[in-house]
Design a protein around this ligand. Structure first.
Ligand SMILES: Cc1cc2nc3c(=O)[nH]c(=O)nc-3n(C[C@H](O)[C@H](O)[C@H](O)COP(=O)(O)O)c2cc1C
Length: 167
């Protein structure tokens, strides 16, 4: 049985993280909502080296590449609200997140995007997520600067507080 909030809504927190910031934010959101965590993992890991990952991400985003993901994807039919987290990569979601979003029928679901970034905030990710989530109700996203993620509990709490989801 899936975890459930006080409001009875079932919450999934799905995220991709390359260097850990978005993972930390996802943990905070899962903790605040009693949601289930799912890490989106590409079959081929991105290089750790900064220049290499920047170049690969630029290429992939430029041509709309959707990398294959590792493991079995969660059954989102079991959830009402799906938080979707990504680092800001070249102003949008990282390619594995685009793969994840494209894998589902989002009709009737509520999608809440969150992002860690180095200054671009949500970039154009909300628009891009909207295009991949036909039929979903898209809530306004929460951007947190990657370097400030350890101190983002308050912002996360306020954001979730406005959604009637707290446990
Ligand atoms: C390939 C790549 C592209 C990035 N592009 C942007 C960007 O366009 N705007 C921005 O504010 N930060 C950008 N960043 C910084 C990351 O969004 C930021 O460090 C984020 O917190 C990393 O999250 P993670 O630790 O979960 O991977 C980029 C980082 C990488 C590796």
């Amino acid at each position: 049985m899936q975890a459930q909030t006080a409001s009875g809504k079932k919450v999934l927190v799905a995220y991709f993280s390359h260097s850990g910031n978005t993972r930390e934010m996802a943990r905070q959101i899962a903790e605040a909502t009693n949601g289930d965590l799912f890490e989106i993992v590409p079959q081929s890991a991105y290089p750790a080296q900064y220049d290499a990952v920047m170049a690969q991400a630029k290429r992939e985003i430029g041509r709309g590449y959707r990398p294959a993901l590792k493991g079995r994807l969660p059954d989102i039919g079991a959830y009402d609200v799906i938080f979707v987290g990504s680092p800001c990569w070249w102003g949008t979601v990282a390619p594995p997140v685009a793969t994840f979003l494209a894998a589902y029928d989002w009709s009737g679901k509520t999608v809440a995007p969150f992002m860690t970034h180095g200054g671009s905030r949500m970039g154009r990710s909300e628009e891009d997520i909207g295009k991949l989530c036909h039929g979903a109700t898209l809530l306004g996203g929460l951007p947190v600067r990657g370097s400030a993620v350890k101190g983002s509990l308050d912002a996360v709490g306020k954001w979730i507080g406005g959604m009637n989801l707290s446990k």
